[in-house]
Write a protein that binds this ligand. Structure first.
Ligand code: 39S
Ligand code: ZN
Length: 757
């Protein structure tokens, strides 16, 4: 049996890549210095896998920004607007993040970015032009082969497969997948180059095989596999699927004529029998039995039972042991954690520990790891911290009335208007204001004990006060406190809730240089004390305008944490909802009249197969309602969603019954609004009027146009004016100008668009 890995985290245990990238972007690090850091990271990761005793070690899993962008560049897919940028690295980063260079007269926006399946990783969406010509540039792929070999590592290059690549790409003038026949010859060419180098295996990632495919997509797969299989000079090809079951696409993969198939047996262990029954005798099977999406120590006995079933059916020579997917989605090394809760720590495995598990499963029993694992799992199963009576009895006592507001929306809206007396198109923001270096440095100093809690508190109060003054000066109607006290919108709540543990270095890449440190939700969740009330009360005391309370919703906390795998996610979500319900009640009692409960990840949590949608949406919407329905009619509940296509879940959004919904729409503005209009979305809605992902300051005209467009399809009386997401990644000067323009746009709309009646 071979021990293998589908991909290693790239960011580095101390986020070396993040620091080098940001250093390079701010011109403090040359390209050569950046490349040196990247090269060091690759070596370190290869050596880690070699030392762990892996037989197949990936290359080309590293990326300076994103692997889909790398693939686009290697196929020559560089839209015209970037082609004027001579330097390849500058061009690459321009595609990733846009480029504004006044002196060079350059102002190019970035390519679009979107979620990688149901993860919190974002990939760059390749953009095909009309008449797209594909040309192979294999330099990165080939260079990494040489680089690995210098360390005595014989790598298995990872390539995004042609169908997945095109299905995730976009083409303004048509359907990207229709370019398949033009793209396939590049794989032949690439395979020939790899064979010439003596490469014996490649990994072809085709995660789209776990999605619902239409006939055109299925036939694309059949064609692609036939062509690749028939390629005369090619390495052996492992087709990698992950994040779910192959289901009705198993036949496509089994008939591929390729050499090995990887299946995810963590998300979909039930598919093993079907796979074993249908895999042709010429194919090997890579069994993904170590969770690449979560941090729990593998139950080696259970995993071994799966591996053994595969071995009995296929023989040892045809079985590879692997993580369920690339380890990109887990932190690097548990050993560097110094402050992690001692008990919880024994239950966990990060990338490095997972490599050892894979080795143990593929080899003769490593008795010490096995015994240690049994003991740890027994401890986890029996720990009183994972099951708390008061949490469980409360969850059981939840009644249907707790999911409903007292009155329907029209009645609530009337009472709320009486209370707040807001103008038409009320202006507000989504919550966070710039998390400047000062704010981060102050928090780092407090955590390191270099400043006292009181000093840190005073600093945050001053930031909050200044933020409120600035919002008043700009003329916003509904204010926020600015979220300066938060490291991250999920981690901050995890730190204050019972049932969570958190790490110091458990960073996972979200996009490019941006990382998150998901808290570990290990046990029953409860709220020992109010979490945000003091900040909201303080902020409200500084202004007579309404101050929105600001919470992260249950589904988003669930989605952006490492969640316990010993009970259904729906149960965990309900516990989170109850904890938040108490926070909402306490905010209301403290006089906070508007409370926003953010659910930006509700779309990301949608299962990959449509069949599973109703069940998920059922409990996700219920969790939101449970968290927010305990308040009086006069209390206005807001929610916020971003970063997704919402067209296919409008009914669920309406069922959440938030009084006000702010939603990202600046990129596909009108389409989204038309969807809402067609659906007759009843409650108030604030379609983002400007894109906060770019430093560009939009003009009042642009935003007034957006409002006018929105008022053309929705009722003017239903609309709010806001940016499309929080402002934490922006700088103050852009933010102030943009918000002034936004307020100006709302003023104009009030005059030109006031309903005549
Ligand atoms: N969890 C989560 N997922 C999300 C989002 C989100 O906001 N949160 N937003 C969407 C987009 N994704 C994003 C993900 C990360 C970031 C982001 O800005 N991350 C920050 C880290 C945020 C953080 O946790 N900050 C901590 C730690 C900061 C830090 O690095 N401190 C330095 C020292 C700081 C200094 O001296 O300057 C250190 O520890 O070394 C804090 O503020 O306390 C980063 O990578 O830079 C933005 C968007 C989707 N998914
Ligand atoms: Zn957002």
């Amino acid at each position: 049996m071979l021990a293998t890995c589908l991909g290693h985290p790239r960011i580095g245990v101390a986020r070396e890549l993040k620091k080098a990238l940001e250093g390079h972007w701010s011109k403090k690090l040359s390209s050569a210095e950046l490349e040196a850091v990247a090269s060091q990271l690759r070596r370190r990761h290869w050596l880690a896998m070699k030392e762990a005793g892996l037989d197949h070690i990936p290359s080309n899993d590293f990326s300076l920004y994103d692997h889909m962008l790398d693939a686009a560049v290697s196929f020559g897919i560089v839209p015209a607007r970037y082609r004027g940028i001579r330097d390849p690295l500058a061009r690459y980063f321009a595609m990733a993040r846009g480029l504004q260079d006044r002196e060079a007269g350059l102002d190019v926006p970035a390519l679009e970015m979107t979620k990688w399946f149901d993860t919190n990783y974002h990939y760059i969406v390749p953009e095909l032009e009309p008449g797209q010509v594909f040309t192979l540039d294999a330099s990165k792929i080939l260079a990494e082969v040489d680089e690995a070999r210098l360390l005595g590592v014989e790598p298995r290059p990872v390539l995004v497969g042609p169908v997945t690549f095109l299905m995730l790409a976009k083409m303004e003038s048509g359907i990207a997948l229709e370019q398949l026949d033009a793209l396939l010859p590049l794989y032949d060419e690439l395979f020939a180059k790899l064979v010439a180098k003596g490469i014996s295996w490649v990994q072809l990632d085709e995660p789209c095989l776990v999605l619902d495919l239409d006939d055109a997509q299925k036939s694309a797969y059949a064609r692609a596999f036939e062509r690749l299989g028939a390629c005369t000079s090619r390495p052996r090809v492992l087709v990698a699927t992950y994040f779910g079951a192959l289901g009705d696409n198993l036949g496509l993969a089994a008939r591929s004529g390729l050499d090995a198939l990887h299946v995810d047996l963590v998300r979909a262990p039930e598919q093993l029998d079907d796979v074993l029954a249908r895999i042709p005798s010429a194919m090997a099977l890579s069994v993904g039995v170590v969770d690449g999406r979560n941090v729990w120590r593998t139950d080696l006995d259970a995993a071994e039972r799966l591996v053994e079933r595969a071995v009995r059916a296929l023989g040892e020579a045809r079985v590879l042991v692997a993580p369920s997917c690339s380890l990109l989605h887990v932190p690097v090394d548990l050993d560097v954690e110094r402050k992690l809760d001692g008990e919880v720590r024994t239950w966990l495995a990060f990338a490095k520990q997972k490599l050892a598990e894979i080795r143990a499963l593929a080899g003769t029993a490593d008795t010490s790891l096995r015994l240690e694992t049994r003991k740890a799992l027994e401890g986890r199963r029996s720990s009183p911290r994972t099951r708390r009576t008061h949490v469980r009895s409360r969850a059981l006592a939840v009644s249907p009335a707790m999911f409903q507001r007292a009155s329907h929306f029209p009645e609530r809206a009337r009472k709320q208007q009486q209370r707040f007396q807001l103008p038409l198109f009320p202006t507000t923001t989504i919550g966070s204001f710039p998390q400047t270096g000062d704010v981060r440095a102050a928090r780092a100093a407090w955590r390191a004990g270099r400043v006292t809690a009181d000093e840190y508190q005073a600093f945050l109060e001053a930031e909050t006060r200044r933020c409120i003054e600035r919002q008043e000066a700009v003329g916003l109607d509904v204010l926020v406190h600015g979220e300066f006290e938060r490291n991250d919108m999920v981690e901050y709540f995890g730190e204050q809730l019972e049932g969570f543990a958190f790490t110091e270095n458990g960073w996972v890449q979200s996009y490019g240089s941006r990382c998150v440190k998901p808290p570990v939700l290990f046990g029953d969740v409860s709220r020992p004390r109010p979490m945000t009330v003091a900040w909201s009360r303080y902020a409200q005391s500084l202004t007579t305008r309404p101050m929105k309370g600001m919470l992260t919703g249950p589904v988003t906390i669930l989605q952006w944490s490492f969640v316990r795998d010993d009970q259904p996610r729906s149960e965990t979500c309900l516990q989170l909802a109850l904890a938040l319900r108490d926070e909402v009640a306490d905010l209301e009692a403290a006089g906070i009249g508007m409370i926003q409960v953010d659910e930006p990840a509700i779309r990301e949590g949608l299962p990959l197969r449509r069949r599973d949608w109703p069940a998920y949406l059922g409990w996700a919407v219920e969790a939101f309602k449970l968290a927010t329905s305990g308040v009086a009619d006069e209390t206005q509940v807001h929610t916020h969603m971003c970063y997704s296509e919402f067209g296919d879940m409008l009914e669920a959004i309406a069922n959440m019954d938030a009084d006000v919904l702010s939603i990202e729409s600046s990129r596909s503005n009108m389409e989204l609004l038309h969807d809402f209009a067609r659906f007759r979305y009843p409650n108030a809605i604030g379609p983002g009027v400007y894109d906060i992902h770019s430093p560009r300051v939009p003009t009042a005209d642009e935003m007034a146009d957006r409002l006018e467009g929105a008022a053309g399809v929705l009722r003017a009386g239903q609309l709010w004016t806001n940016p499309d997401c929080g402002l934490k990644t922006r700088g103050w000067s852009e933010v102030e100008s943009a918000l002034r323009h936004m307020v100006e746009a709302a003023h104009r709309a009030r005059i030109s668009l006031a309903p005549s009646s």
